[in-house]
Each structure stands twice: as structure tokens, then as C-alpha cells.
Write a protein that binds this ligand. Structure first.
Ligand code: BMA
Length: 319
């Protein structure tokens, strides 16, 4: 993984919004991302000094300098969620055919649930699914149907940390005919106690390769007295049965080392949310030499970029 020399590529100083609530934002981090109309498109998570959350669309020709939309994203259909909504955050973007779908965590007065939105312009997001069957975060959709069904990884919040925050140790997989009704959770894999990935959650939507789905995830080491350490890791999932793990890296592939990752609103965090392969063939498979742009939140404060290739990620599985 090679960090961009321009890191952090987006900070609070880059935000200039027409919305008075974003006159003086505190942070911009954990962006969803996709290749859209030949450009790199990010949905930035932006927080203001009231710790309110907004999403902002950002577009770039080179993946480094972004033009940020002055108006925050608008939502339609939120009245279908029968709770008080506090935050909609950590978007992940998936293209399925010609549809653009966005999964997000939704913090409410009844807990944290996963929602799915659809968009055509990344400026207005229509709610199409809200799963309140269990508390969860880090939902990602696969960019292809699996045996005719939509496929989702998510991370049920079934574990309470020492600080009382609900989080989780297991990534699960479920299938749906319509993005609304989901079948039973199959366990994908679980955290490795005492090591780098004790608590886990999917990062970007998985990338299709001939060998399987490359799946980047975050792992949290909790056994350091002062602070949790958020790192990035990798697994390979079976193409036809993605809940089957074919390989899983022993080492993290990126950990907080630079000052902008070590210090900030939440120190010691690299949190991957977008992985964009640049060379994809007509069947949707990535070329092994394809560069991959990985966007991640650094210390819940800024947006950073690391570059690698499919081949290098494959090697990391067996390092
Ligand atoms: C996770 C999520 C992320 C955040 C990370 C580090 O639980 O809330 O949005 O980046 O913690 O604070």
C-alpha cells in the first residue's frame, strides 16, 4: 500500500458549502467512492461543530483534487423510518448493472441500523431499504447478483465494548430478492482475539477477481489500554458462495503511522470505505495489474488515499 504524497487529500479546509451549518466544519472522513462517468466520485462524511452529519458529493479527474458540491446530499423517503434519526454515515457505494446503490449506517433513538439508498446523481438519495431486524453497521452490497439474489455483508452490533459502545466481532452474509427482505445470516468470519483484528467490519464493497471476491475490512485491536487501533486488512471470498472465506491475511495491510492517522478527533484510525479498481474487463473482472485506489478516513478527521494493485493485494493474503 502506497500512501498518496498528497495525503490527507481532503480536510475540513477544502469544504465550502452553501449550507450555513457547514460554514466551519470540524471533519471530513470515511467516504463512499466509485468510478462514475469516467471520474472518481466520493460521498464525503462531513461533521460540523454541533457534531451533526452531512454527506457531500466530490468529483475528481485524477483521484486527488476534488471539486466538492456546495449543497449537502438530500434524502427522500426518510419518513419511512419510524424512529428519530440522528446520523446517516459511512456510505459505501455499489454499482449493480446501471443502478447506483448506497449502504449507510443510521443512528436512531432505537439503535443503529443499516439502510440502502438508490441514486442517479449522488445529490438526492432515495431510501429503498431499512433493515431494523437487528442492530448492525458496515453493510456493503456486492456489485453482482449471487445466484439471482442481492448479496450483503454486514456486521451485527452484538458486542458491547468497555466504553459501552455497541460494536461487533463477526461479519455476516445474507441474500435478498429485493433489497428489502433478507434471509438468514451466514457467518463469514470472526475477530481474532488478542491480535490486530479483534473487532471487525467490512470496508468497501468487495472487488471481483478471477480468484474470488477481494474483500477489504477494518480490524480493531482493543487490548491497548489507552486507545483502540483501527487498521485495514484483506480476505478472499468464494465467487459463488461469498460467505466462504478462501484466504485471510495474517497481517494488517495499513495501520496508523502517519501523524494524520495517529492524531485527530479519534486517534489511531485508518477506516477504509472505498476501493476503486481502474482496469475492469467487460465481464466485470479486474485485471491483476490494475491499480486500486483505496480511500479511507484518517483519525475521523480527514480523507486519505493509498494506492496498490490487485496483484499486490492478492500477495497480502498469503504474506
Ligand atoms: C467506528 C465507526 C466509524 C469510525 C470508527 C472510529 O465504530 O463509528 O465511523 O470511523 O468507529 O471512530
Amino acid at each position: 500500500m502506497r500512501r498518496s504524497a498528497h495525503n490527507p487529500i481532503l480536510t475540513r479546509e477544502h469544504i465550502s458549502s452553501s449550507n450555513p451549518a457547514l460554514r466551519d466544519p470540524s471533519s471530513v472522513f470515511n467516504p463512499g467512492g466509485i468510478s462514475f462517468e469516467g471520474k472518481i466520485l466520493l460521498l464525503l462524511r462531513c461533521q460540523n461543530r454541533a457534531r451533526e452529519t452531512f454527506l457531500l458529493k466530490a468529483i475528481s479527474e485524477d483521484g486527488i483534487s476534488f471539486e466538492i458540491s456546495p449543497d449537502p446530499v438530500e434524502y427522500r423517503g426518510l419518513e419511512l423510518i419510524p424512529y428519530t434519526i440522528y446520523h446517516i454515515y459511512d456510505p459505501r457505494i455499489t454499482q449493480i448493472g446501471n443502478r447506483y446503490l448506497i449502504t449507510s449506517a443510521v443512528d436512531t433513538d432505537k439503535g443503529c441500523y443499516c439502510a440502502i439508498f438508490e441514486t442517479t446523481d449522488f445529490q438526492t438519495l432515495d431510501l429503498i431499504g431499512f433493515d431494523n431486524s437487528k442492530e448492525a453497521r458496515n453493510a456493503v452490497l456486492f456489485p453482482d447478483l449471487i445466484n439471482g439474489s442481492y448479496c450483503r455483508f454486514e456486521r451485527p452490533n452484538s458486542y458491547s465494548g468497555a466504553d459501552g459502545v455497541k460494536t461487533g466481532q463477526t461479519i455476516t452474509c445474507s441474500l435478498s430478492p429485493d433489497l428489502i427482505h433478507w434471509d438468514e445470516d451466514r457467518e463469514v468470519f470472526t475477530g481474532r482475539a488478542h491480535y490486530w483484528d479483534e473487532l471487525i467490519g467490512s470496508g468497501p464493497p468487495p472487488i471481483r477477481c478471477k480468484e474470488g471476491w477481494l474483500h477489504i475490512y477494518h480490524g480493531v485491536a482493543t487490548h491497548f489500554g489507552a486507545s483502540n487501533i483501527y487498521q485495514m486488512g484483506i480476505s478472499l471470498q468464494d465467487l459463488k458462495q461469498p460467505w466462504i472465506t478462501l484466504a485471510r491475511g495474517r497481517y494488517n495491510i495499513l495501520e496508523p503511522r502517519e501523524l494524520y492517522e495517529l492524531t485527530g478527533q479519534v486517534p489511531n484510525v485508518v477506516f477504509p470505505t472505498a476501493a476503486i479498481p481502474l482496469n475492469v474487463d467487460s465481464e466485470g473482472f479486474t485485471d491483476p495489474d490494475s491499480p486500486v485506489l483505496i480511500y479511507y478516513g484518517a483519525a475521523d478527521t480527514s480523507v486519505c488515499l493509498a494506492e496498490t494493485t490487485i496483484k499486490e493485494l492478492m500477495e497480502d493474503l498469503y504474506a
